[in-house]
Design a protein. Structure first.
Length: 430
């Protein structure tokens, strides 16, 4: 344990049975109560008055407002009180409040940058445990000795001499700068997605390029900050090129195909498409794949390369509406014009059926059992499906046909027995 921390703990133990301990406990309690009251009042006022675009930054400030307000109150009190007595307990409390502020801010940033998932919760727990462990080592006075031991463990990477402490610092610097870059790219992406005057596909492409560019710049800055030679990345770049040429070829093709799809505007979010045997609505467009939501609610993940190399039917490429055809057959004895009129009115009575153009009924042909008719109409929302709508129309047609004595034929066969009257020859007797 170093001398400063040893003196701190000696003063703390010596003050336990003195009025100095009571004064410090009272200041800590007063600071926490002051921070709690200020935090509630400021949060309610600021969140009510602040513009919507400020809510993200204000959300982060709200989470560190309580420990920071307490820290300022206790720090000012420590500056005044240290002229008359020991303030070791206040110093320990300030270290705890700093750790609390760091944990709250990092956890909030994680939840803002990444979508909720199991690994995010695991990362939050790991960061919290790491911060508290470092604080415990610092307060106990062991941290300087550990850092000195890590610095003594040295090794060479190429022509550069490294030690374990510098390597850990480099990794932390890379993670922190990359985390800041991702946070900044997420903020820019949210602002970009609200720009309605820009095409959605262009917005998605720009947001992905911003994230990739900022991440690359962050890594270069972090490596330069820790003193590493950036020219070493050329070796890594060569290895990456070989990997892309062999094992990662398909993955790279999917990413490139994703950018091509977004730039050529052949598909958009919400389009109704058919890929192979899958029919549904485009619900997500990612860098590597596209998520197709089928009408039964299932999600199909389709690689972007498949969308480039296979035929894709985009039912809403030029316009959102879709045509629906319903075949029907009536008997030859039924009034044909009346049957066609009933079918048209049954479609027009449905709210989802467009009235411009009007539903139309055409004669498709003359079958063996009856006259083939086709009812054609348009719907503005093909992503909602047409199964239920066709069922309702068929039911209305059936009821109207029964009222108007219009029959739907079924296959019939006429069997004739030839030579039915010829007498049977008697069997020969011998």
């Amino acid at each position: 344990m170093n001398s400063d921390m040893q003196q701190l703990w000696t003063e703390f133990l010596a003050d336990l049975a003195t009025p100095a301990f009571t004064w410090q406990v009272g200041i800590i309690i007063a600071g926490l109560l002051f921070a709690w009251s200020m935090n509630g009042a400021l949060r309610a006022y600021v969140m009510r008055k602040a513009p919507e675009t400020w809510k993200v930054g204000i959300g982060g400030i709200n989470r560190v407002l309580f420990p920071l307000t307490s820290l300022i109150f206790i720090y000012v009190s420590e500056l005044i009180l240290k002229h008359w007595q020991h303030t070791s307990m206040l110093l320990i409390a300030m270290n705890l409040l700093v750790a609390m502020a760091v944990i709250r801010l990092v956890v909030y940033a994680l939840r803002y940058v990444f979508s909720p998932s199991a690994w995010v919760s695991t990362m939050e727990n790991a960061i919290s445990s790491t911060v508290w462990l470092v604080l415990a080592l610092h307060v106990s006075g062991i941290l300087p000795e550990i850092l000195h031991t890590l610095e003594d463990i040295s090794f060479n990477i190429g022509k550069s001499k490294m030690n374990l402490l510098l390597l850990i610092q480099g990794l932390l610097t890379v993670l922190i700068t990359l985390f800041i870059a991702l946070w900044l790219s997420r903020w820019l992406e949210n602002r970009l997605m609200r720009a309605q005057q820009i095409n959605m596909n262009v917005r998605v492409v720009l947001s992905k390029l911003i994230r990739i560019g900022l991440s690359f710049i962050a890594i270069l800055m972090a490596l330069s900050a820790v003193g590493l030679d950036i020219t070493l990345l050329s070796v890594f770049g060569g290895a990456l090129g070989v990997g892309l040429g062999f094992g990662l070829q398909k993955i790279a093709s999917n990413y490139v195909s994703g950018f091509i799809i977004l730039l050529d505007r052949s598909m958009h979010m919400g389009d109704v498409i058919t890929v192979d045997a899958h029919y549904g609505v485009v619900s997500e467009m990612r860098s590597r794949y596209m998520v197709l939501r089928k009408l039964d609610g299932t999600q199909v993940v389709i690689p972007n390369e498949t969308l480039i190399t296979s035929a894709v039917i985009n039912h809403s490429y030029s316009e959102r509406k879709a045509q629906v055809k319903m075949p029907l057959q009536v008997s030859y004895e039924s009034p044909l014009e009346r049957a066609m009129e009933i079918m048209q009115h049954a479609a027009m009575a449905q709210d989802r059926v467009m009235q411009d153009p009007l539903p139309d009924v055409k004669i498709a042909g003359f079958g063996e059992s009856g006259i083939d008719l086709t009812l054609t109409f348009w719907i503005p929302d093909p992503e909602e499906g047409s199964g239920r709508l066709q069922s309702d129309i068929y039911l209305d047609i059936w009821r109207a046909f029964q009222k108007n004595n219009i029959s739907i034929p079924y296959p019939q066969r006429e069997v004739r027995i030839l030579n039915a009257g010829t007498p049977t020859m008697p069997a020969a007797q011998g």
